[in-house]
Design a binder for this molecule. Structure first.
Ligand SMILES: *Cc1c(COP(=O)(O)O)cnc(C)c1O
Length: 516
């Protein structure tokens, strides 16, 4: 049924939609599958006298009617959970070019390492003498991240990228305070990730926006103006930025901000384009955070644990959060709490250790050469896809080579009444996760594509082909594109309502409306 590209156009017209939907019975909830008297359990006969419930639980706490549990056979139970797992789309299902999120393959060797009994079974209250191996792993990861960033000392504590940002901003504040200053403004380009201004405000600063120029970098003239306004605490920048472009003036930007007394913060959430090629420390940055769950591969996107370690320049080491991991003269590792200039604690215990084991394993298994190859391939793949869609999308910065991602605009499809959102939804019918839409804000109808290095050329070709098919349909069958997705269990959701008022419980008729 599939053609040479592996897509299944035969199954993606509205009329045929029913063909590739799971049969209704397979989408039934577990309560709908329930039949009185069925079960998937059997218990041995009691070997002790039964105690009446009345003797154990006071009347006031007892149920007035039996618990409403589904009654279901073992095979139906298995089908229920298998069906649910297959509804989810993930990196393990297919391409996931969600820009700025780095949805790369997560090597299984990471999982093996994280599950080793000696790591997975640790308790944070175990004495240091019994966890030297874990501490050594953390210490090594700290040194590697320092090397990758071109800076000096690392804390592994922040639990996510945004948490790393806040930690970095608190360090910037402490560093200024130590010099008897309290500047308030943090410069942020208009392409910044949404967490940047949010962290700035949470850190007690005020965002000072700076425009991008026609080549997608920081507009130097505007930067000079903003700097001249004074009160500069620092600048937060992603490089390559969210347009997937490396800022050509980064050393000049660093000079201007440093001269104004500010510190430079590098949002390194997506370091996928620069590993082993360029280092934020060499560009002039003073603080960096990495998203280990993006660049260093931990499954993410479902709200699970991540890590946002930060690395700082030597002058900022005294302000790092406690505890700081040190190695004594005898080679033993220990946590140091007695640090007078520390910003304090930013997280319970020592960070998301399981995620750190995965990052360590990822770096260790690839090595320096492998990491560089990651970035070279990530950049190559993004440019390959960008060239593949050049005749479909408007590429506002298409005269430049992109880095790990690129941003296209769906404005050429507007004449057929098709928007970026429609393209994204229709791609779902072709079995492709859509790109990030409507971000960065400065590109109209933005589609932000980050294929990542782990996709094969065939997968990239399928992705490009899916774009072409959708663009063709935008001309020939715009209604179909506007009504997509037509092959998935749910159509277009009211996403705000789904997030704010999720229905997480079976609705029983006898509970009436809003019984959840
Ligand atoms: C993902 C991302 C962040 C935020 O990271 P979280 O771990 O989700 O908090 C910050 N900046 C950029 C550029 C990102 O892509």
């Amino acid at each position: 049924m599939s053609d040479s590209t592996g897509l299944r156009p035969d199954l993606v017209s509205r009329d045929d939609a029913a063909v590739c939907r799971p049969p209704a019975a397979d989408r039934a909830t577990i309560y709908e599958r329930s039949r009185p008297g069925r079960g998937s359990w059997s218990l041995p006969e009691l070997g002790v006298p039964e105690v009446p419930v009345a003797e154990l639980i006071p009347e006031s706490l007892r149920r007035t009617r039996p618990a409403r549990l589904p009654e279901i056979s073992e095979v139906d139970l298995l089908r229920h959970f298998t069906g649910l797992s297959a509804l989810n789309y993930g990196v393990d299902s297919g391409s996931y070019p969600l820009g700025s999120c780095t949805m790369k393959y997560n090597p299984r060797v990471n999982e093996g390492a994280a599950r080793l009994e000696g790591f997975a079974g640790l308790h944070p209250y175990q004495p240091e003498s019994l966890v030297q191996g874990a501490l050594e792993l953390m210490h090594e990861l700290e040194r590697w991240l320092a090397e990758i960033s071109g800076l000096h000392a690392t804390t592994l504590q922040p639990a996510a990228g945004a948490h790393g940002e806040l930690t970095g901003l608190l360090i910037i504040r402490a560093a200024h305070q130590a010099e008897g200053r309290a500047p308030k403004r943090i410069i942020i380009p208009d392409t910044a990730h949404g967490t940047n201004p949010a962290s700035v405000v949470m850190g007690g600063f005020v965002p000072a926006p700076v425009r991008s120029d026609a080549r997608g970098g920081v507009d130097l003239d505007h930067l000079r103006e903003v700097v001249a306004g004074g009160d500069i605490a620092g600048l937060m920048l992603t490089n390559p930025n969210t347009l997937g472009l490396f800022d050509e003036h980064i050393t000049e930007i660093a000079r201007l901000v440093h001269e104004a007394g500010g510190l430079l913060y590098y949002d390194g959430a997506n370091a996928n384009a620069v590993l082993g090629i360029s280092r934020p420390g060499d560009m002039g940055f003073d603080i960096v955070h990495f998203n280990t769950h993006k660049t260093f591969s931990t499954p993410h996107g479902g709200g699970g644990p991540g890590a946002g370690p930060i690395v700082v320049r030597d002058a900022l080491v005294p302000f790092l959060p406690v505890p700081v991991l040190e190695q004594g003269e005898d080679g033993r590792f220990f946590f140091q709490y007695d640090r007078p200039h520390t910003i304090g604690k930013v997280r319970s215990f020592y960070g998301n250790f399981g995620v750190l084991v995965r990052a360590w394993t990822y770096i260790r298994s690839l090595g320096a050469e492998g990491l560089r190859q990651v970035s070279e391939t990530a950049v190559l793949n993004a440019n390959y896809v960008m060239e593949g869609v050049r005749d479909l999308l408007d590429l506002p910065y298409g005269d430049r080579r992109c880095m790990h991602e690129f941003v296209g605009s769906a404005t050429p499809l507007k004449k057929d009444g098709i928007r970026a959102l429609d393209v994204a939804k229709r791609l779902l019918d072709y079995g492709v996760h859509p790109p990030t839409t409507y971000f960065p804000l400065i590109v109209d109808e933005a589609l932000m594509v980050e294929p990542t290095e782990t996709e094969s050329k065939d997968a990239l070709d399928r992705l490009v082909d899916a774009f072409h098919r959708v663009a063709q349909e935008a001309r020939d069958a715009p209604d179909l594109v506007r009504s997509a997705p037509v092959t998935l269990p749910v159509r277009r959701l009211d996403e705000a309502r789904a997030a704010r008022h999720p229905v997480l419980r079976e609705q029983f008729p006898e509970d009436g409306e809003g019984g959840a």
